[in-house]
Design a protein around this ligand. Structure first.
Ligand SMILES: Nc1ncnc2c1ncn2[C@@H]1O[C@H](COP(=O)(O)OP(=O)(O)OP(=O)(O)O)[C@@H](O)[C@H]1O
Length: 247
């Protein structure tokens, strides 16, 4: 960690996507560098998921742009996308397939050949402690195990860019540790991670940078090594709410 590089893996510039009623993303700049964990935190409805969907091209911006490896995502070829891994919104593609098959399909969709896909899927099963469930249909899994499979599928192909929306939701404490270690390994090897979370303790453990989002805008940064992250978070949000209500 802490080896932030000058060329970002992913950059969002002046991103705007307002939904009817005004909520959404109201002009955000954000970058993810190789070798860093960049966390975004914010209250429910702050715009974190919308921002991630914009950054991944799952949702088009009304204005602004996104560069992936320096290339506008509208022009990024499939091999550039193959170097990304994300888990935003839907943990599983194929509920009727078993865990092993789901992971193999996910690896194939990231451009791996059949034998390599089978190989990475076995390693992912081991990494996320899913051996007991490898032959179980995904639709029969508990929420937490489904989340483990989704994370394994997002990380198994060795992406350089990792984007995870609230990845610790539904995970048990063992799953939280497995994920933390999996991310630390990848960041140590040069990957860049964007992660949203409501768990400030976990954010403090893994993040190099923490961006606070409120009402669709970036309102400040938190120091992950700071002593009272919760207090710092609420004071930023409160100050922003007061400022907006006075405007
Ligand atoms: N498709 C949509 N149509 C209308 N409003 C939407 C749509 N998607 C999101 N919103 C609204 O945009 C705002 C931001 O939602 P978003 O899911 O990005 O927040 P979030 O920060 O991820 O919240 P949470 O912490 O609850 O997951 C919310 O008020 C939400 O209701």
């Amino acid at each position: 960690m802490n080896q932030a590089h000058s060329v970002p893996l992913l950059e969002g510039h002046a991103l705007v996507r307002r939904f009817p009623g005004g909520a959404g993303v109201n002009g955000i700049d954000l970058a993810i560098a190789p070798g860093e964990v960049h966390a975004i935190v914010g209250l429910n409805g702050a715009g974190k998921t919308t921002l991630m969907r914009l950054l991944l091209g799952m949702l088009g911006p009304q204005s602004g742009s996104v560069l992936l490896d320096g290339v506008d995502i509208a022009d990024a070829p499939p091999q550039v996308w193959a170097g990304a891994g994300h888990l935003v919104e839907h943990p599983l593609a194929y509920p009727e397939l078993d865990v092993r098959a789901n992971l193999q399909v996910a690896a194939r969709l990231h451009g791996l050949r059949r034998a390599a896909a089978a190989d990475v899927a076995e390693r992912a099963i081991a990494e996320f402690d899913l051996a007991r469930y490898a032959g179980v249909r995904a639709s029969r899994l508990s929420l937490g195990n489904r989340q483990r499979v989704g994370l394994a599928g997002a990380l198994q192909h060795g992406p350089r860019l990792i984007v995870l929306d609230e990845p610790t939701n539904a995970l048990d404490p063992a799953g939280v540790i497995l994920l933390r270690e999996a991310l630390i390994r990848r960041v140590g090897a040069g990957a860049g991670v964007l992660v949203s979370s409501h768990h400030l303790d976990e954010v403090a453990r893994i993040a190099d940078r923490v961006t606070v989002v409120n009402a669709g805008r970036v309102i400040g940064m938190l120091d992950p090594g700071g002593i009272d992250l919760e207090r710092a978070f609420f004071s930023l949000v409160h100050a922003d709410d007061v400022e907006r209500s006075a405007a």
